[in-house]
Design a protein around this ligand. Structure first.
Ligand SMILES: Nc1ncnc2c1ncn2[C@@H]1O[C@H](COP(=O)(O)OP(=O)(O)O)[C@@H](O)[C@H]1O
Ligand SMILES: [Mg+2]
Length: 262
């Protein structure tokens, strides 16, 4: 990725708008990552690569280290060892703000909207790193409203009035406003009704196929995630126990039985 891409928080030419993606097969590479909390080693030498414009599913049981992996990539926790490369650009140890500017947006688990703010106020948070003109901000916001019609209808309503599915849309829309190349999604289907979950999965596919985003999709629902992913990685107790194309993982009966729960 070029330096221009690293500093373009306000650019109107983000990957979401025009499908432009970084060149090179691997948009994101995590190499030998060790990270944890105090005495707890949550990631013990994890290597994962996410192909540009592809969907990489990160699977594994509760406590496997999936959330910690996304936190480390997005700069929320500092890795003890290893490297994080964004299109060959080393972003290891950078602050969360720098990581967002570099082109990685993180949608944390739990549909984290701010309930006391309106839908529009929540969306504006996604543009905090923008240095662009007001008109550009307005246009970007309208683009997200066009993508997410239910949010457009509720723009002046408090986020607390949204359904679970609408909240998930809102946090994804907010992440997209940062104009990422790489989108990290932490269990976006958790707690949603099956029909709404399917809508979220469809959206993830569209963001990858139509807009060229590189997606890292963390899911406990391995079956749904593998149905849309290109590649999958299975974590267990902080280590990678399998990494293969999604169809191969989905067909592996022993793996499904031991680690994927279907
Ligand atoms: N804030 C924290 N403080 C201490 N330990 C944590 C914290 N968050 C997670 N852990 C531990 O790190 C390990 C990995 O957790 P996590 O990354 O949340 O797994 P997953 O998202 O796969 O369920 C678990 O052993 C968990 O208990
Ligand atoms: Mg988690």
């Amino acid at each position: 990725m070029s330096d221009e891409a690293v500093s373009n928080g306000a650019a109107s030419n983000g990957a979401v708008s025009n499908g432009a993606v970084s060149n090179g097969a691997e948009a994101l590479a995590v190499e030998g990552l060790v990270a944890g909390y105090g005495e707890v080693i949550a990631l013990d030498g994890v290597t994962v690569t996410a192909a540009a414009s592809g969907i990489t599913a990160v699977l594994g049981a509760n406590g496997a280290g999936k959330t910690t992996l996304l936190r480390a990539i997005s700069g929320m926790i500092k890795p003890r060892r290893g490297r994080i490369l964004l299109a060959d650009h080393d972003v290891t140890g950078r602050s969360p703000e720098q990581i967002v500017r570099a082109g990685i947006a993180h949608v944390p688990e739990g549909q984290g909207v701010i309930p006391e703010l309106t839908v529009e106020e929540n969306l504006r948070i996604g543009m905090m790193s923008w240095r662009g003109k007001r008109a550009a901000r307005g246009a970007a916001m309208e683009e997200e409203y066009a993508r997410f019609k239910p949010l457009a209808d509720r723009r002046r309503k408090l986020a607390s009035t949204l359904s679970g599915g609408e909240r998930q849309m809102l946090v994804i829309a907010r992440a997209l406003l940062a104009r990422p190349r790489v989108l990290l999604l932490d269990e976006p289907s958790l707690g949603l009704a099956p029909r709404v979950m399917a809508q979220v999965m469809d959206l993830v596919v569209r963001l990858s196929r139509e807009h060229g985003l590189t997606i890292v999709l963390v899911e406990q629902n391995a079956r749904s995630a593998l149905a849309i992913a290109d590649h999958g990685v299975v974590l267990n107790l902080g280590r990678v126990v399998a990494s293969a194309d999604a169809a191969t993982l989905a067909a592996d009966v022993a793996l499904r039985h031991h680690y994927l729960g279907f």
